[in-house]
Each structure stands twice: as structure tokens, then as C-alpha cells.
Design a protein around this ligand. Structure first.
Ligand code: CA
Length: 232
């Protein structure tokens, strides 16, 4: 089955180019030219991924992202302008999975989409436990690698793909300190043009979900001036 990508972008020519390019790559596409229509389509058409421009008439991309996240874990890639460094961090904090800075190449766009779509693939993994499950257990935290699932005290935590992959990567090599650059390279998994604050934001969101007290983390520890490690 072809995956469906919703493009929310108000500039008609960019929207046309995006849907044309994605169509050529074998995706089904939906397109919206403003935030309200985009949000409505996101919630009613069940796209597999959303490309979301920040500056939109009506409600902006941040608001769309926030509202979509109240209902859905669909991967969201924000489209941001190069000069708006702050945009990226705000978008990630609101629950976007990734961002692409304009202008971007088709190769970069395609790589980001593929990486983020893996998420939908594991949404379809049956949730029946199997015997060969690969799990990492640490304190009250259980990381189920096969099912892309994290639970704490027996309760499944709502976690995004990036958060999961970052946690898994760190937890599989406990006590080993990784620089932000190394984490970008390994967890984001492709040539990443972003900045290292992406890692900090994702760590912060992850801590809010898995730590008893995010300001006094016991799982993901900051090594000042170096990076992060998982404390098993
Ligand atoms: Ca725009």
C-alpha cells in the first residue's frame, strides 16, 4: 500500500512542487494551503506523514502541530526558513519529529521522509508479546526493542520515534558517554544538517516522559561539556 503524505504549505508553487515530487516517488499526496484545512485533513484523512510549513495563514504550523499531537502520533516534519533558528526548537518542543530547512534538496527531503515513515511501520507491529522479545530493563523502565515500546511501572509511555531511538541507542550502551554530534549521527541516522540543540530538546522531552523528576534525571544523565549517557 502506498503511503499518504499530507503537505500543508500556503505557497502554491512550493506545494505543487512538493506534491509532484512526492507523487513521482510513489507516495499518495494530500495538500492544504492553510492551517485550518491542513489540521482538518490531518485529523480526518489519516495521513502516514505530514510536511508542515511554519508560516501559514489562519493558524500557523506550530498550532497545527500542537493540535494534531493531541490526537495523533503521525510523524510531522516541519518546514522552516533558514534564518529562523528558533523555529526548529519550538517545533520540536511542540511534538514535531523532525524539520527541514528551506531551501532543501529533493535528496534530503526524501531521506527525511523515509526515516520518519519507519514510525508508521512499527505502528502496525502486532502487540502480541513473543518469547524472543528483545528488552532492556533498568529500574522501573522496560524498553522493548522489537515493539518500539517503553513502559514504566508497567504502563506504556507515549513516545515518538526519535525519543525511542535515542533512548534505545543510549540504553544499549549504558554508561558510555556520547557527544551530541555522535548522537545526531547515530540516532538521526543520515547526514543531518541540523544543530545539536535537536539532541538537547529530544533529551528534555524524553526525560519528561521517563524520569520521576526530569530536573534530577536518573536514566539519561548529562555529562557537562561532553554529552549524554544512560545510567543503568
Ligand atoms: Ca508559508
Amino acid at each position: 500500500m502506498n503511503r499518504t503524505i499530507l503537505v500543508i504549505e500556503d505557497e502554491q508553487n512550493i506545494n505543487d512542487i512538493l506534491t509532484f515530487t512526492l507523487g513521482n516517488e510513489g507516495y499518495n499526496t494530500l495538500s492544504a494551503l492553510d492551517g485550518i484545512t491542513g489540521l482538518e485533513m490531518a485529523l480526518t484523512q489519516n495521513p502516514d506523514l505530514i510536511l508542515l510549513d511554519v508560516m501559514l495563514p489562519g493558524i500557523d504550523g506550530y498550532e497545527v502541530c500542537r493540535k494534531v499531537r493531541e490526537h495523533s502520533n503521525v510523524p510531522i516534519i516541519m518546514l522552516t526558513a533558514r534564518e529562523d533558528e528558533v523555529d526548529k526548537v519550538v517545533g520540536l518542543e511542540l511534538g514535531a519529529d523532525d524539520y527541514i530547512t528551506k531551501p532543501y534538496s529533493n535528496r534530503e527531503l526524501s531521506a527525511r521522509i523515509k526515516a520518519n515513515l519507519r514510525r508508521s511501520a512499527f505502528d502496525n507491529v502486532p502487540s502480541q508479546p513473543t518469547e524472543e522479545q528483545d528488552t532492556i530493563v533498568s529500574g522501573d523502565l522496560v524498553i522493548n526493542v522489537d515493539r518500539y515500546e517503553v513502559s514504566k511501572n508497567g504502563e506504556v509511555i507515549d513516545i515518538t520515534l526519535r525519543e525511542f531511538e535515542l533512548l534505545k541507542f543510549l540504553a544499549m550502551q549504558p554508561d558510555k558517554i556520547f557527544s551530541r554530534e555522535k548522537l545526531l549521527e547515530n540516532v538521526w541516522g543520515y547526514e543531518y544538517y541540523g544543530d545539536v540543540r535537536t539532541v538537547d530538546v529530544t533529551v528534555r522531552r524524553l526525560r519528561e516522559k521517563i524520569e520521576d523528576d526530569p530536573s534530577m534525571p536518573k536514566y539519561i544523565i548529562t555529562k557537562r561539556g561532553v554529552g549524554y549517557y544512560f545510567n543503568k
